[in-house]
Design a protein. Structure first.
Lengths: 356, 359
């Protein structure tokens, strides 16, 4: 049996889980109060505090440190790299310590904490399928403007995990299948997986369907007008398109449950139109990615928190079921995904990737 | 009841630096020419509308020179301009239409002169004048108008004239009424429109000026975040940025040419970068076709590829490989706007279709 500690830092919390093989021993979300975090300039200084909290959590749940087999941390927006489970080597550690990231993100503490805890115990430490997982085909990198090449920044951890679940349910290996995986959360990504590689995916901050909080693709001419009009400062505008657009801008809420309540209880037609329009745009993105796979699609996989909504998945299914069977894995369990990624490597089912 | 007397039509299609004219006897073009207007001839006109007298005068002269009586027509058809959003079809030119075009209510565009040229020549005969399927045809379903930002509504501006003409041709070739068919149609030219046509109506289409696949000279959709950063960088004026989207974007930005034939020559000579970019354009067109197929819930009777760039077998083969799983792919290369305008007029004159009123 392998016992795996998984660590996933968020902006104001740290999630901790221990898995015995595939079975969860415990999971805890440690909340860091504003007062606690106020002592630090930014998250880069929060590691000792969070690490202590993780160790306390293990103690509380009576998990002796010596019983662990490995520690896995959430991956950060590192340089573009192939998906998989990476053993934290000197090079990776150095990039994490020096914040060599595509954009600053608190998840960088995941790998750092995993390494510190594992190292003191002489255990291997891993990260898995970070958001910068990049397996894009060269054709997918071309945008239409030479100044901007398309980037692969997406929900790789959850989408790869959902793809593996789908593979298991289809009794095939992930590497033998072609899958379209759609993560439905506050951001939405649709990825085309050809035999285990995500050869194209929309960047949720910049492209594709609108989502509860993000604008998705916008007509460029109008975008120029918005950018050059005096109404928006640059910083504010960028925040707007990634945090305060989509459902939130149209309906004043990004909460899907609230939107569904308005549709059902209040017969709110505007809410119904906008909510369905989101499904409509998701379906279009799935259709676009089906063309990437030349229609050779074994399944369309819907996952993420919003995949719990039967209304949404029903609308999407009606539009894309001509492409392939639909498999729905609602929610996202990053802790399980991390633990399983480490487990595959510990069991020798998969070679760990070397960070170079 | 279809009338029997012979229809003789004058077709007028004003472009930014030329006016194309044609004379049709029924479906047959008996005279066709392009009047070119040099920059120096046009430079004194502040607005496009002001070019009316100038263009009319040389048009009449050209007809007379060719021995064609300007009063010999049974109707005159002009290319439609950028009017308010309207359903597709053939429209009778009237006062409200001319007023909106004079004021350029939506945009300054050379095709805004089509209606007034047609009307002015027709009323001297006097016969009726029409426009057919202008770029502002809007039959979008409500969900297609939603972007991801309330400030921005998706407009329907596309190659309606050629797309609707080709749809009719395809329906005829398939032996079914257009009203019983669903198509995904991609017009590939300097701009690219990919539409979902449900029983004759274009219910979804990319805003061809700045959305969808990149084209020989347009960027298509751009990754929003970094594009916005470019806008805010202070390095570009709005005009420069607009040029990158329309005119100097897409293939020409990568390969320094908007000429597909030249690019294919470079590919044949082993230029791998040219090949990558050219294939990426096909890749993006295929993605757009796949997206439109979901609008029709996969119920697609045919995928149609048309427009000048559809003459490239390399490009249409790449697209076909990726989308033939959806439906049969039919290629109708080229575009014949003059024929499409004539046919639009004839359908009304033959009473196969009612002329629509713009008001």
């Amino acid at each position: 049996m392998f016992r795996i500690l998984a660590i996933n830092p968020g902006s104001t919390s740290t999630k901790v889980s221990v898995y015995d093989d595939e079975a969860e021993r415990f999971s805890e979300t440690i909340v860091h109060t504003k007062e606690e975090l106020a002592h630090f300039k930014d998250f880069t200084e929060e590691r000792p505090l969070r690490e202590m909290a993780v160790l306390n959590s293990l103690k509380k749940h009576e998990i002796p440190l010596e019983s662990l087999s490995a520690v896995v941390g959430r991956g950060a927006p590192l340089k573009p790299l192939e998906g998989g489970t990476y053993r934290i080597n000197e090079l990776l550690l150095d990039d994490l310590r020096h914040q060599r990231l595509q954009s600053p993100h608190v998840s960088v503490l995941g790998g750092l904490m995993a390494f510190e805890i594992a190292d003191s115990l002489g255990l291997p430490a891993f990260i898995a399928d970070p958001v910068s997982t990049d397996e894009m085909h060269p054709l997918a990198r071309i945008s239409g403007l030479p100044e901007i090449s398309r980037k692969s920044l997406w929900h790789a951890l959850n989408c790869k995990a959902a793809a593996r679940k789908a593979s298991r349910d289809l009794n095939k290996k992930y590497q033998e299948l072609n899958l379209l995986v759609c993560h439905l959360g506050s951001g939405i990504t649709v990825s085309a997986h050809r035999r285990g590689r995500a050869i194209d995916v929309n960047n949720a901050n910049s492209e594709g369907p609108f989502s509860p909080e993000r604008a998705g693709t916008l007509p460029a001419v109008e975008l120029i007008e918005l950018c050059y009009s005096q109404r928006h400062e640059g910083h504010e505008m960028l925040k707007k398109v990634t945090r305060h657009a989509g459902l939130s801008a149209y309906l004043g809420t990004s909460n899907a449950l609230e939107v569904e309540r308005r549709i059902i209880e209040e017969k709110d037609e505007k809410a119904a139109l906008l909510y369905e329009a989101m499904a409509y745009q998701v379906a279009k993105e799935i259709g676009a990615m089906a063309a990437v796979l030349e229609g050779k699609v074994d399944a369309v996989v819907l996952t993420g928190a919003l995949a719990r909504s039967e209304m949404l998945t029903g609308w999407i299914t009606a539009r894309v079921s001509f492409i392939a069977p639909i498999l729905i894995y609602p929610g996202e369990d990053e802790m399980e995904a991390l633990s399983l990624a480490a487990l595959r490597v510990l069991r020798g089912e998969e070679e760990p990737k070397e960070y170079t | 009841m279809a009338s029997n007397h012979n229809h003789r039509l004058l077709i007028i299609n004003p472009g930014s630096t030329s006016t194309k004219i044609a004379v049709f006897e029924e479906e047959k073009s008996v005279f066709e020419t392009t009047l070119r207007h040099s920059a120096s001839e046009l430079k004194d006109y502040g607005r496009i509308w002001d070019q009316f007298d100038f263009r009319k005068k040389i048009l009449i002269e050209e007809l007379k020179k060719a021995g064609i009586d300007p009063k010999s027509f049974t109707a005159v058809i002009g290319r439609g301009g950028v009017l308010r959003p309207i359903p597709g079809g053939t429209y009778r030119v009237g006062a409200k239409m001319l007023e909106d075009l004079r004021l350029a209510v939506r945009a300054e565009h050379a095709s805004n002169l089509g209606a007034i040229l047609a009307y002015s020549i027709a009323s001297e005969i006097p016969v009726e004048s029409f426009i057919v399927d202008p770029v502002c045809v809007d039959e979008l379903e409500p969900m297609a108008k939603i972007t991801g930002m309330p400030e921005i509504e998706r407009d329907s501006i596309f190659h309606a004239l050629n797309i609707r003409a080709i749809a009719r041709a395809a329906a005829r070739d398939m032996g079914k009424p257009l009203q019983e068919l669903n198509f995904v149609i991609a017009h590939l030219g300097g701009g690219i429109s990919v539409c979902a046509m449900r029983r004759g109506k274009v219910v979804n289409v990319n805003y061809a000026l700045c959305e969808g696949p990149f084209t020989p000279e347009r960027s298509g959709s751009v990754p929003l975040f970094r594009f916005a950063e470019m806008c805010f960088s202070g390095k570009y004026t709005p005009g420069e940025i607009r040029k990158k989207i329309n005119g100097q974007g897409g293939m020409v930005a990568y390969l320094d040419t908007n000429d597909a034939t030249l690019v294919e020559k470079r590919i044949a000579e082993g230029d791998d970068y040219a090949r990558l970019i050219y294939e990426a354009m096909a890749y993006q067109v295929a993605q757009e076709i796949g997206a439109r197929a979901t609008v029709l819930k996969g119920k697609v009777d045919a995928i149609i590829i048309t427009g000048g760039v559809a003459r490239s077998k390399m490009l249409t083969d790449w697209i076909t490989e990726r989308v033939s799983f959806i439906a049969e792919v039919k290629i109708y290369p080229g575009e014949d706007e003059m024929q499409a305008l004539a046919m639009g007029g004839l359908r009304v004159l033959r009473e196969e279709e009612e002329a629509l009123a713009y008001d």
